[in-house]
Design a protein around this ligand. Structure first.
Ligand code: OVV
Length: 410
């Protein structure tokens, strides 16, 4: 990888900032992003990525600063490379992700009315019981693919049931999510392939999002009712639910897969988890910091501004490396070590500020239930071959994770 830093400022930006020719959306970078992250963090608080003509922030302080200033660094022009002010998005913009206050605040309030701690508490028993059943089954099997057999299986079981989706067609959820996250990146091969594969999922997703379609007792129908009460059109009620089907599955799958991998590779950490299964929640939190299932998001400068003294012209795209902030040595002690006892709470893996992940409580619930079940029902988790990464322009996760599990009772 060419991580050469040149200090020649591109003509379109004033002042001199480090210019890098690294491609954060290349296969090479996505397979091992950590060297590139370090290069950017060392180069300066803001760098210029000449291949894409964007600014990038990779340190914790600047990533947090950009996330915090939602009125300067807007989301309504898209949180991918494409600027919605110049290019038409491939789907109607999300009312949550790709919106600014006050519209964003209203849409978020609709969801927050339903998705609250009380609801989450009421789901816990059922989610834990399902995790116990799946984990007991894989533990008995011994040799498993941690991705298919657990990381995909569990969310694909609990989440669609909870939303109230049809049983048939759930195989569309992962390709749809993969497409959404790939299309935040540049139009490279990953983008094109994901669009091709994901397009087939669009009719099913669209159908499931229609008011009247989800199970009336599920979360989906509740969102529709709450949105209708707030005056949203049927199209917009559907679009609100679409956010959950877009962002709610691949992300949790990757979080759980990465947790399994980290625990298999760090047996002392799994021992600590087994000694105190209540650490499951902290272990999942540390996984989000350590692995950062969502690696990056963009913002767009809605006027001339600056970051850390660097002039940022109106219309600039700023690429935020959440994953790099989560391993910034300026913020974290031993950032590259997986330590379930550390205070990982300040990570930006779920973002920060008004756009902070809406589903984070649900993600934590799923992660906690799986890790808690592993802690109680599994004696040993060992790697049983080489894991395969799943390349995505935005997400980091696995396609394949061969593991050998030893059940606690044997
Ligand atoms: C956080 C996120 C990712 C992808 C899609 C959406 C949100 C959405 O709101 O559609």
């Amino acid at each position: 990888m060419n991580n050469k830093v040149s200090t020649t400022a591109p003509p379109e930006i004033s002042g001199s900032i480090p210019c890098l020719d690294l491609d954060p959306f290349s296969d090479e970078f996505l397979i091992n992003p950590y060297e590139g992250h370090a290069t950017m963090r060392v180069a300066g608080p803001v760098v210029w990525l000449e291949r894409y003509g964007v600014f990038a922030v990779a340190r914790y302080a600047e990533v947090s600063a950009v996330l915090s200033d939602h009125s300067t660094f807007v989301s309504s022009r898209g949180v991918g490379l494409s600027d919605f002010a110049k290019d038409k998005p491939w789907r109607p913009p999300s009312l949550l992700l790709e919106a600014d206050p006050p519209e964003h605040t209203e849409a978020r309030a609709v969801v927050s009315k339903i998705l609250n701690p009380k609801l989450l508490r009421s789901m816990k028993e059922e989610f834990q019981a399902q995790a116990d059943a799946v984990v007991a089954e894989v533990a008995a099997k011994g040799e498993i693919d941690g991705v298919k057999d657990l990381a995909e299986r569990y969310p694909l079981q609990v989440f669609p049931d909870w939303v109230g989706l049809d049983r048939d067609g759930r195989e569309n959820l992962l390709p749809y999510g993969s497409m959404v996250f790939n299309t935040f990146g540049p139009v490279n091969e990953l983008y094109s392939m994901a669009l091709e594969r994901g397009s087939a999922a669009v009719p099913w997703i669209t159908e499931q999002c229609q008011p009247g379609r989800p199970d009336p007792d599920g979360f989906g129908a509740q969102i529709h009712r709450e949105a209708a009460a707030a005056g949203y059109s049927e199209d917009d009620q559907a679009r609100l639910l679409r956010s959950f089907l877009s962002a709610g599955v691949d992300t949790t799958v990757h979080g759980i897969g990465s947790a399994m991998q980290a625990l298999a590779e760090h047996p002392a950490q799994f021992e600590a988890l087994k000694a105190d299964p209540k650490k499951a929640r902290a272990a999942f939190e540390e996984t989000i910091r350590y692995a950062s299932p969502v690696q990056t998001f963009f913002r767009t400068a809605n006027g001339d501004t600056e970051i850390a003294g660097v002039a940022i012209p109106e219309g600039s795209k700023i690429l935020m490396f959440l994953a790099s902030a989560n391993r910034d040595p300026r913020q974290w002690e031993e950032p590259n070590s997986f330590d379930i006892t550390r205070r990982a709470g300040g990570h930006v893996g779920f973002g920060f500020g008004v756009h902070a992940c809406l589903g984070q409580m649900l993600a934590r619930l799923e992660g906690e239930c799986v890790l808690n079940a592993l802690a109680r029902l599994v004696k040993k988790i060992e790697p049983a071959g080489e894991a395969k990464i799943q390349l995505n322009n935005t997400l980091r996760g696995l396609d394949y994770l061969p593991l050998r599990l030893t059940p606690s009772t044997s």
